[in-house]
Design a protein around this ligand. Structure first.
Ligand SMILES: *[C@@H]1O[C@H](CO)[C@@H](O)[C@H](O)[C@H]1NC(C)=O
Ligand SMILES: *[C@@H]1O[C@H](CO)[C@@H](O)[C@H](O)[C@H]1NC(C)=O
Ligand SMILES: [Zn+2]
Length: 399
């Protein structure tokens, strides 16, 4: 058997055709545990077992749940993408105010935060309230091509540097940053998932399914070949062990077209509380009266500006489902936790502990080096020197 170092050298030479000396230098930057990716093979329940492996598909989280679907707790994830600012922060406060799950824990959402225009002191506030802070990249990119063609290195920088910023400017603990949503939901195939896994993340929530809407697809891991339909390719076909896909089960709009994000629906109902509420309920009932796969409500705060009644309709819907004895408004990483340890009835033991951090607010006016513009940025504790950006996440003066 060859040892790891030898193996790594052989591999790098094989991959790059580079001379040995250079290969050795490169080797320090490469994590051998993830190379080479293996092609994912067909999943069988015998090989792939909880808590860290689960085949894709419609199968219930536990074989014992068969015929007892109505005892499976219905988990709902409400997620918001993009920058957190003072306007949408207030909306988030109003939205979650007073919602308590049947286990008496507070209802919580998930925020896929991108860097630009984000107020990190408000991210810190959401975090302290128990919401989940997750990743949506530093730059948000220039369009879908950027994300489709990204290599592992770029993806690790976009999401890894964002982790560093969230830790430094919003005081979010590394261990609480567990998942990502790719901008435009655009994956780069294997690369996106390899980067996520190498960053130590637990799950992705970027992959829509149209085919598995009814019954709906459950979260699964990428140890084996995914059977999910690939709507926004390329999709990964390498094995990424232990990494979870939280599929975006699509909604149907009023004309029967499917949409991954609620605000991406082409024919939503008119701007009327009852019409919007009924529509949400119809989409919800496919899960609640069906196999009880987690129900996702994927939004941008900008959706509240679509009409005068959108906010009230969502609020009405959340307050309605919150009266149901077996419905839990929870975070994406709690959903994965449940998938690892599924149960009938009560999904969780106890409430998640709210993080205690101190954030001394600083308002910083900073030059964005790339364009010369001034950006205002609120952070915890101390101002960077220039506006942080990809390649300079702490906004240090470089000269
Ligand atoms: C993904 O990785 C697998 C395993 O190495 C490989 O067979 C497949 O060709 C890769 N896909 C793409 C699009 O590169
Ligand atoms: C939740 O709190 C209410 C009121 O304090 C109490 O009656 C109920 O038993 C509690 N439920 C659980 C599951 O702890
Ligand atoms: Zn976005």
């Amino acid at each position: 058997m060859i040892n790891r170092v030898t193996y790594r050298l052989i591999l790098l030479i094989a991959l790059s055709g580079a001379p040995l000396v250079q290969a050795e230098e490169n080797a320090t930057a490469v994590d051998v545990d993830f190379l080479p990716l293996k092609r994912a093979v067909r999943c069988t329940a015998a090989k792939c077992q909880l808590p860290n492996c689960r085949c894709s598909g419609l199968r219930l989280p536990s074989a014992e749940f068969q015929g007892r679907e109505q005892e499976i707790p219905q988990l709902i994830t409400v997620t918001f993408d993009d920058a957190v600012n003072v306007i949408n922060y207030e909306q988030y406060q109003k939205l979650f105010d007073g919602l308590i799950n049947p286990d008496n824990c507070s209802a919580r959402g998930t925020f896929f935060v991108s860097h630009e225009y984000t107020d990190y002191t408000l991210v810190n506030a959401l975090y302290q309230q128990g919401h989940e802070i997750a990743l949506h990249s530093v730059t948000h990119g220039t369009g879908t091509d950027y994300w489709r063609e990204a290599d592992v290195e770029l993806l690790m920088a976009e999401f890894g540097e964002q982790i560093e910023m969230l830790m430094k400017f919003a005081k979010v603990s590394r261990k609480h940053i567990r998942g990502l949503r790719l901008p435009f939901l655009q994956s780069a195939g294997n690369n996106s998932y390899e980067a996520a896994k190498r960053l130590g993340l637990l799950y992705d929530s970027s992959w829509p399914t149209q085919r598995y809407r009814s019954p709906a697809m459950w979260p699964y891991t990428l140890d084996y070949r995914s059977t999910q339909d690939c709507q926004i390719g390329p999709c990964p076909n390498a094995a990424i062990p232990g990494f979870w896909i939280n599929p975006m089960v699509t909604w149907l709009d009023t004309a029967g077209y499917s949409c991954a994000m609620i605000d991406g629906c082409i024919y939503p109902p008119q701007d009327n509380v009852d019409a919007l509420f009924e529509w949400m309920l119809e989409n919800f009932n496919r899960h609640y009266e069906g196999n009880r796969a987690p129900f996702g409500m994927y939004l941008h705060a900008a959706w509240f500006q679509r009409g005068r009644h959108h906010f009230d309709a969502l609020k009405k819907f959340l307050h309605y489902v919150n009266t149901l004895p077996d419905v839990y408004l929870t975070t994406a990483s709690r959903v994965i936790h449940y998938m690892k340890h599924p149960s009938l009835g009560k999904p969780f033991n106890g409430c998640p502990k709210k993080p205690q951090t101190t954030c001394i607010k600083r308002s910083c006016g900073l030059r964005k080096v790339e364009t010369g513009e001034i950006r205002y940025m609120n952070v915890c504790d101390s101002c960077p020197s220039v506006y942080p950006w990809l390649g300079n996440p702490f906004g240090q003066t470089e000269y």
